[in-house]
Write a new protein. Sequence first.
Length: 401
Amino acid sequence: MRGRDQSPRGAIRLNQMNPADSGAHRQTAVIRRLMDRPAVIAAVAVGPSDSIPTSIDGVAPILMSIKFIDDRALSRIATQLRLTNLRKFDQDALPIGDFGFDLNDPDGKAIGCFAWTPKRPGAEIVHNVVPFIAVALIGLALLAAFVLRYMRRTAAAIAAGETRLRHLAMHDPLCGLPNRIYFGERLEAVIEEVRGGTAPAAVFYIDLDHFKDVNDTLGHRVGDELIRNVTLRLSHTLRGGELVARLGGDEFAVISSIAGDSEQMMGLAQRIIAAICAPYIINGHNIIIGASLGIAMVDNKCGTATDIMRYADMALYRAKNEGRNRACIYDAAMDADLSSRKLLEADLREAIENDRLRLLYQPVVNKSGEAVVSKRSAAGRIRPAAKFRRANSSPLPSTAD
């Protein structure tokens, strides 16, 4: 302040004094270590600067102020400068990540050591954002779990619906047996298995006799209940590995592993007929029906499922013509007979269309229509029935033929 030493030792000057300034009192401020503590020391000459001559001002009293840089002062500085955790520290104990600053005088002596935690905007942002990100991730995880659970439930419902729809499409709604579609698929599979080397199989084509009379006389409700009872009897008669299906109306079909032995096949057919022909008691009505069966073999030389069903149908037709309530096994003669019938039918249709029919004789029957008493020839002559019978030893063909 007096100007005797412009560079005081052991202190850091905070302002520069200019002796030429006569319009103001001399003043100075330094930072130095005082009483083993860092402090800010400020000094100013006392008295108004305008009324004091320069010579008197040089010896004017001096007012000094000392402010130790303690924790309270550092707290104010940290607030103003926005420094986090500003403090004095020992040089050997600086934490990792903090920034340290050594305040030294011009001679290099330490006045004080200070440290603070520098701000890391990125870390702060991450620290502030992490909770929201965690909440968002948890929300997404819950949403994903909910969606996955919903998808699984939906997939299970769709699978169950598809299974139910397939069951409805492949089974008869009245009795629950496999229908014609299921039976056809299973028959195709059995044919492939037999061609692959497994044991032959057999198809039993069943037609209920006099079922239409039950529907016409007792109603369709009784007829439906009769179909259910027939289904139960067939299921109890057959073995577990045999497939029984309802093809429609009063027609049923069975795929059995009993094949190759005619006696075994006929034995199973007779058991089926006996089970179906036993009397039924439905809604107080005693109902008796019959059954006719056609049997076709499934071996490694068989054709398609359509051919097998055609063979079984021809055998069924033969069983009905032979008096019903019986079973017939398909053979090649049935096919030949059917072919000859088809040819005869075609020839007869052509003869009718082209007027090629010629009368050879006309039987004359009695009043009941049960006996032939004579015949009329093409020339108009009448021959007695006895002579007619001698001339024609074989009986007349029946209407069934």
